[in-house]
Design a protein around this ligand. Structure first.
Ligand SMILES: [Zn+2]
Ligand SMILES: [Zn+2]
Length: 103
């Protein structure tokens, strides 16, 4: 199985499982404000999921000054994560770590 790498900023940390990578992104990186709606969301996978679940591609492109290939890359990351990850276990682990709410 290939390693999952955190691609936030220059982090580059590698993890043996996608769940570990998401927990890392959510707990060790600053949360950021969504450029579309101003919600504060964990960076990494949850930020991508928020952007594409809550907003249209057009909104994303406009607000982030992104192009369609940037959208495709993020949608691909989301699909890969969702295929590989047990998101319920991620959420359970995050719940144990701190009581704060997730999007
Ligand atoms: Zn990281
Ligand atoms: Zn938003």
């Amino acid at each position: 199985m290939s390693a999952w790498e955190c691609d936030i900023d220059d982090c580059g940390k590698q993890f043996g499982s996608v769940e570990d990578a998401i927990v890392h992104q959510t707990t060790e990186h600053e949360r950021r404000e969504c450029e579309v709606c101003g919600s504060v969301v964990p960076d990494g996978y949850f930020a991508i999921r928020h952007a594409f679940d809550e907003h249209s591609r057009a909104e994303y492109v406009r607000s982030y000054d992104a192009d369609s290939s940037a959208v495709r890359v993020r949608e691909q990351v989301r699909d890969e994560v969702e295929e590989a990850a047990d998101l319920k276990s991620v959420v359970d682990r995050l719940d144990e770590l701190d009581g704060s709410e997730l999007p």
